[in-house]
Design a protein around this ligand. Structure first.
Ligand code: ASP
Length: 290
């Protein structure tokens, strides 16, 4: 069957980047990335490999608030979260508050595939990464992506994520973040939490969220989007729209990318913008910010 892929680089107050060159750079980056991933998907790459590859590239680029682009918390420490889920077996894992793992998504995948656990945090997670020979980086590696945001707007955030239905119908989702800018030390958002920031179920859908994580946890945003598709027969757009609407009513904001049962892609947000790109099962390509 034709593959579908959607990626995001976070939702938020992106108007502040107008006339900085950042938006154009991000858009070109996302366009190249979605085209490359789509070619990989047509060549038969599986959903888990595709979402992993997408998120590693987004973590490494430094344009978004994850991986290299992560900014320090209120105590000056980088604390990154990530999660991944496969849609066939519902195997999943998340990693919380790692500071020196270059690609938190690779550690989440390692936990999913090689341990009986779903969530591992902090120093023990760093040790696990060492034993898995994952790359570590020092503080000088990070280039906090949101210097402009820090100067203008205290409530700034960002995340990266990917959702895929591959040519065999396998679905997967992955999300990685540096969290809310200048978040309190120890604060954990939705991104590492299965069912909040990330969820996937074959024949139903795959979801990755971005936004103020507290609201996404309280509304179990990713799993509720999937449940609405499965139990109410809603489209990806309708289901994610309902969840974002309820988050808005609670005072929250953010975005949700979803692939639905028929390989349709929905990329919704209730912020000024969301870095996003997709190629759906009809081959329709979207690359946009606002
Ligand atoms: N959801 C992330 C968090 O709350 C931040 C974001 O997506 O912008 O940590």
């Amino acid at each position: 069957m034709p593959p579908s892929i959607a990626i995001h680089g976070g939702a938020g107050n992106l108007e502040k980047y107008r006339n900085t060159g950042r938006l154009e750079e991000a858009e070109m980056f996302l366009a190249r990335l979605i085209d490359g991933l789509y070619a990989d998907a047509l060549n038969g790459m599986g959903a888990i490999d595709l979402v992993t590859k997408a998120v590693v590239i987004l973590e490494d680029c430094g344009l978004f608030h994850a991986g290299k682009g992560s900014s320090p918390n209120s105590q000056g420490v980088i604390e990154m979260d990530a999660s991944i889920m496969r849609g066939d077996t519902q195997q999943a894992a998340g990693v919380i508050a790692v500071s020196a793992v270059k690609n938190p998504i690779l550690l989440a995948r390692h936990i999913m595939e090689n341990t009986p656990h779903v969530l591992v945090h902090g120093a023990a997670a760093e040790e696990l990464a060492t034993s898995a020979n994952l790359e570590h980086v020092g503080a000088s590696y990070f280039v906090p992506c949101d210097e402009i945001g820090a100067a203008i707007d205290a409530r700034s955030q960002g995340t990266v994520g990917a959702v895929v239905r591959d040519v065999r119908g396998m679905m997967a989702a992955a999300t990685s973040t540096g969290g809310i800018l200048r978040k309190a030390a120890g604060r954990v958002g939705d991104s590492p939490i299965i069912g909040a920031g990330t969820f996937a179920r074959n024949l139903v859908g795959a979801v990755s969220c971005t936004g103020i994580g507290e609201f996404f946890i309280r509304s179990a945003a990713a799993s509720q989007t999937i449940s609405r598709i499965e139990l109410l027969g809603e489209t990806a757009t309708a289901a994610a729209g309902q969840i974002l609407e309820s988050i808005h009513r609670m005072g929250g904001e953010g975005g949700i990318i979803t692939i639905g049962q028929r390989g349709e892609c929905a990329m919704l947000f209730n912020t000024q913008g969301m870095y996003r790109a997709a190629i759906d099962s009809r081959g329709e390509r979207t690359v946009a910010i606002f």
